[in-house]
Design a protein around this ligand. Structure first.
Ligand code: ABU
Length: 377
């Protein structure tokens, strides 16, 4: 069936089953938002974005859109239906009774905002004020899916208030050096408090009946607890990865590739007790190959580890950014057909190939890949 004529069914249980319908973001109107309590700590110390805010240069938006459109075309040519979000005017100021932001962000990374679990699409709470309204860009699609698929569940997590009580006062002054950050993040001392449930959708790694959520800057334990209660039939596991000074979104850290195989960032370590859980269930955790670049492109929030931010199309096929030769070679050796996708111009707008997508339909059902469970994890 050609991608664009595929009937709407919402279903996706993991990160690797055959992908048939996906949302790919767009770069239009993307802003660098003004500083806010969440972002101050999350923008790297040496980032060229420190202290800057406003619209991104138009020529960079155009280049990013060329790569996003090309990525969408590559997927469509493989029979995958691709839908695109509807951008808002992200330059407008937004407010709630508790705060005002002078701009929003954008809608290039749908993975951050919407997570699909089985027949449900769940709008995340989000953790930045500038991204509080971003779900609206996906509403036209979600409303359409809801009408077309009578079995779809459309859910939204409680909107957080994001007052100053959701962020630790003075956190920034405690993370002046990289060493400070590494100590604090290893001790699970993150900028967000436990005042209210918070999670970005990109903290999820889905393994059928088991979902791993990274506990870090953009998901707190209250958020992970909310997800556990929301999905009582699934097993939700909180993980954190010492070695990551900016624990934001799991998809440059721990990427499931197919049943039994996960890619792990070589400097963001899986804790021994978590490794044991995977290994006792016959999963192999392999260290990702080195990134090809020493630095991210200009005005980019993400790390060079977007090298491992791959999109798995099925258990034998994976999309990799076209300049990441070591990653491509590694995945070929692991038995994958690699589809190279030029994407570095899109990185500054919200990340890599996994970030820029969210699943609507993957074949397959909810399977139990971890029959051996561990108390308390
Ligand atoms: N949105 C993924 C970013 C993770 C990283 O910068 O490593």
């Amino acid at each position: 069936m050609a991608g664009e004529t595929r009937k709407t069914i919402v279903n996706s249980w993991n990160e690797w089953d055959p992908l048939k319908h996906v949302i790919v973001g767009v770069a239009d109107g993307c802003m660098i938002p003004p500083s806010e309590p969440a972002s101050e700590c999350k923008i790297p110390i040496d980032s060229d974005m420190k202290g800057k805010w406003g619209p991104r240069p138009q020529e960079t938006v155009e280049k990013a859109n060329i790569q996003l459109d090309n990525f969408a075309k590559i997927l469509e040519d493989r029979g995958i239906r691709v839908d695109r979000p509807t951008p808002l005017d992200f330059s407008q100021a937004v407010s709630t009774p508790d705060w005002e932001m002078l701009s929003m962000f954008g809608c290039m990374p749908p993975r951050d905002v919407i997570v699909t679990v089985g027949n449900e699409m769940l709008e995340a709470t989000m953790s930045y004020r500038s991204r509080w309204f971003e779900y609206l860009c996906y509403r036209p699609l979600i409303e359409q899916y809801y009408k077309e698929d009578p079995n779809m569940r459309w859910e939204a997590a409680p909107k957080p208030r994001l007052t100053d009580a959701s962020y630790k006062p003075g956190y920034l002054s405690r993370v002046m050096t990289n060493e400070d950050r590494l100590k604090l993040t290893a001790a699970k001392d993150f900028v967000t408090t436990e005042k209210e449930p918070l999670f970005d959708a990109a903290e999820f790694a889905r393994f059928g009946k088991d979902i791993v959520i990274q506990h870090g800057f953009t998901a707190n334990l209250a958020g992970i607890n909310w997800v556990s209660r929301h999905f009582p039939d699934l097993r939700i596991h909180a993980m954190n990865f010492p070695g990551d000074p900016y624990p934001i979104h799991i998809d440059c850290t721990f990427i499931p590739l197919r049943p039994g195989l996960v890619l792990n960032n070589p400097i963001r370590h899986v804790l021994p007790e978590h490794r044991k859980f995977f290994e006792m269930n016959d999963w192999e955790i392999v260290e990702a190959a080195p990134a090809a670049h020493e630095n991210p492109p200009p005005l980019c929030y993400s790390s060079v580890w977007l090298s491992m931010n791959v999109l798995v199309l099925d258990p034998k096929t994976v999309c990799v950014e076209a300049s990441e030769h070591a990653t491509m070679e590694q995945l070929e050796k692991l038995g994958f057909e690699v589809v190279p996708v030029p994407f570095r111009d899109a990185y500054p707008f919200g990340g890599g190939l996994h970030c820029a997508t969210t699943d609507v339909y993957r074949e397959g059902d909810c399977e139990d890949y971890f029959p051996k469970q561990v108390e308390g994890f």
